[in-house]
Ligand binder design. Sequence first.
Ligand code: THU
Length: 141
Amino acid sequence: MAITALDEATLAKLETSALAAMKMAYNPYSKFGVGAALLTEEGLIFSGCNVENAAYGHSICAERTALLKAVSEGHRKFAAIVIVCSSGKPVAPCGACRQTLNEFAPDLPVVMAGSQKKITQSLRELLPRSFGPEDLPDSPE
Ligand code: THU
């Protein structure tokens, strides 16, 4: 789905879902909440929040929570992701999330939704010259 194909109603639904997910953030260490809503090509929405851990390195971001929920329920094709955070500013996905999303959707429109403004970029723009499945000799389908 092209960035322009994401209509206002769908975008609003995704933002609402990301904001609801952010309320579930388990973030006692950073106190920084993030919510993500991932739209599948069939029109389903999977949301996620950041889930931190006392062993800090095991914390997981909202975007990967949403992606893993979708993939673990059989969805691998995605049309867009909307990300919100507790500062209210547009927040960009971290490097690990970009790489993880790239596995399934290298052209994914990424909407970084602040309370005042939204920035939309494709994952390809955010992760240029990426390493992906096609780089492996026995790449999966
Ligand atoms: N975080 C996300 O959930 N997504 C991002 O794209 C950036 C960072 C989380 C991880 C950690 O729980 C908190 O934000 C502060 O880094």
